[in-house]
Design a protein around this ligand. Structure first.
Ligand code: 3PG
Length: 213
């Protein structure tokens, strides 16, 4: 599966809300809030009991291209894709997950934190990777340093990024999209504060726009 395919699935969307949703009953209003805020894609992490149901609800919403995250086994990839995930994100590089995604025909974005891991992803014929965890690893400085020897590689930095750091990442030519949970935190979901989720999403979308010159 090639990076072009990941980029095709995202279809120009560059902001990736990362969602950990314990209660599948909140998936519908969450999808409404995200689309009202202006995002076009989302990553549902596979780390809650009902992640498959959440994926199904969000994938059938219609306004979002939904993928899955925190996939660490081929079996999880299979279940997520059956539930409607259009792409698979993993916190690290696992060859079995990559092979399974190839068989399933969905793009996979493995997490990498070093040049060696990045080279393993290249060997698996991938050229889009998730820089994870981006901010603790050194943020933009690290991203630029890792990108320099690998000019064809596109990055999806995730981990510790917020609305303030977002524009800097998006202005890097090597960055395909930026992921993060700050728009729909577990606390906001727990309190059902969809108005705030919508506000934070709209703010992030606004910050994703190129500055008028
Ligand atoms: C994750 O998988 O948890 C994502 O990387 C989100 O990171 P964040 O919560 O720091 O935005």
């Amino acid at each position: 599966m090639t990076a072009a395919t990941v980029a095709r699935v995202l279809d120009g969307a560059r902001l990736m809300p990362v969602l950990t949703v314990p209660d599948p009953g909140t998936a519908g209003p969450l999808a409404d809030a995200l689309t009202a805020g202006g995002v076009r894609c989302a990553e549902v992490t596979f780390r809650t009991h009902d992640a498959e149901q959440v994926l199904k609800t969000m994938a059938s919403h219609g306004g979002l291209t939904v993928g899955t995250g925190t996939v660490v086994t081929p079996e999880q990839a299979e279940r997520a894709v059956a539930a409607g995930a259009r792409f698979v994100v993993s916190p690290g590089f696992d060859e079995e997950v990559v092979v399974k995604c190839g068989e399933l025909g969905v793009p996979v974005v493995p997490g990498i934190a070093t040049a060696t891991e990045l080279m393993r992803a290249l060997k698996a014929e991938l050229d889009t990777v998730k820089l994870f965890p981006a901010e603790p690893l050194g943020g933009l400085r690290t991203l630029r340093a890792l990108a320099a020897p690998f000019p064809g590689v596109r990055f999806m930095p995730t981990g510790g990024i917020d609305a303030v750091a977002l524009p800097g990442y998006l202005s890097e030519p090597a960055v395909l999209a930026v992921g993060g949970s700050w728009m729909a935190t577990p606390a906001l979901l727990k309190s059902g504060d969809y108005a705030e989720i919508r506000r934070l999403t709209a703010e992030a979308v606004e910050r994703s726009m190129p500055c008028p010159t």
